[in-house]
Design a protein around this ligand. Structure first.
Ligand SMILES: [Zn+2]
Length: 386
């Protein structure tokens, strides 16, 4: 605290002595979202740590962004749950004050470092309507989970809190999915999902919920409903691809595309993995996902998970260049559940089909996916603690 306060003072003194206008670390404040969830993004020239201010109350959120220097106050109109915002100089940092349109709470807040062509640090505050509000479709279980997630921001992670992972084996029952020379997608997705469930549960860190555990048909809406009801921290859908050419092989990862949706800003836009599926896919039904079910706040968490997944899975299976993927294809998301879809390989490729149907090679893949899930949650905990 003291160190940060001194650093701020020194910076001010230097600026004053040179008579140059003192630069502000806060470049701009942007808002996105609606009445059920609103995202506030503060673009910064420096890394900060957030700390909730004492003057927060039911209709106001006050945060001190420690380490940021502001030369002048900034303010602007709100959006969604936020009526207005302002940034003021405060001891040790910049104070962000959000006046709310009624009661709302911080769902999460985190710092994103510069990346992917975005030069600024971004401090992100996701504000949600209180549980039970009309727009909230969360289950009682999800509500129980929420305060834990919020507390993690200011306290070391609650180690005992098991993350809830929903695994969705694609297809099933009368929907076989893609067909290989001698096997069906629905069977390899189920076998892999069951192995992944066992691997995750073995760690003691996860509670796994499956959208199906046998060869049954489960509609897409039902899969989403299961994820929402479970209060999932992560949703992973497993699939296997098919291609017109048996030579095409390799894994790929999809997360939600923002196509057709209003851009919030480059926070999500440039970070987004555009991982989209060929039009001819048998998985086209997945493309009929209700985009309005999704929240932008979930989007870059999904992208972070997709990135981690691809890094882990990618070192054992060649990944398709994303240029081959240019049609709309959306992973089904519940509003607050980061999600990704893994195409584990091409069942129409003899090598991939053999791998997907071999228990030992599946186990290797499962190990990589489990590592990716570990990595995703570990990174999230680090970010939340900044
Ligand atoms: Zn599929």
């Amino acid at each position: 605290m003291l160190g940060l306060a001194l650093a701020g003072g020194c910076a001010a003194a230097v600026a004053a002595s040179s008579r140059a206008p003192q630069p502000s670390d806060v470049a701009q404040v942007r808002l996105g979202g609606d009445q059920s969830a609103t995202r506030v993004v503060v673009d910064l020239r420096t890394a900060v740590t957030g700390e909730e201010g004492r003057d927060s109350h039911a209709n106001r959120i006050a945060l001190v962004l420690r380490g940021a220097v502001t030369s002048k106050s900034m303010k602007g109109e709100g959006r969604g749950l936020v009526r207005s915002w302002r940034i003021d100089d405060a001891p040790g940092g910049a104070r962000l004050t959000l006046e709310l349109n009624g009661k709302a709470q911080i769902a999460r807040r985190f710092l994103l470092p510069p990346a992917d062509g975005v030069a600024a640090y971004r401090y992100v505050v996701d504000v949600t309507a209180p549980p039970g509000a009309a727009a909230s479709a969360r289950s009682a279980q999800a509500r129980d989970v929420q305060p834990v997630a919020v507390r993690q921001i200011s306290q070391p992670e609650a180690v005992h809190a098991r993350k809830i992972v929903v695994i969705d084996p694609g297809h099933g029952g009368r929907d076989p999915g893609a067909a290989g020379a001698w096997s069906y997608e629905k069977n390899v997705t189920l076998a892999t999902a069951l192995a992944l469930k066992a691997a995750l549960e073995h760690t003691g860190r996860y509670q796994v919920v499956m959208t199906r555990v046998s060869d049954v048909y489960v509609p897409l809406e039902e899969r989403v409903r299961i994820a929402r009801k479970a209060g999932a921290d992560l949703f992973l859908s497993l699939h296997a691809d098919s291609g017109p050419d048996a030579a095409i092989h390799g894994a790929s990862v999809y997360t939600l595309s923002e196509r057709g949706e209003q851009r919030v800003g480059y926070v999500l836009g440039r970070h987004e993995w555009f991982l989209q599926e060929a039009k001819a896919s048998d998985d086209q039904a997945v493309g009929q996902i209700l985009l309005d079910l999704t929240q932008r706040s979930t989007r870059n968490r999904s992208a972070a998970f997709a990135q981690t997944l691809i890094e882990h899975v990618g070192d054992r299976a060649p990944l398709l260049p994303r240029s081959q993927r240019d049609a709309g294809y959306f992973v089904l998301l519940a509003p607050d559940v980061p999600a990704a879809l893994l195409e584990m390989g091409f069942i129409t490729n003899p090598g991939d089909e053999g791998r997907l149907n071999d228990a030992r090679q599946r186990a290797a893949l499962v190990g990589k996916i489990a590592q990716a899930i570990d990595g995703y949650f570990a990174a999230g905990a680090q970010l939340a603690q900044r």
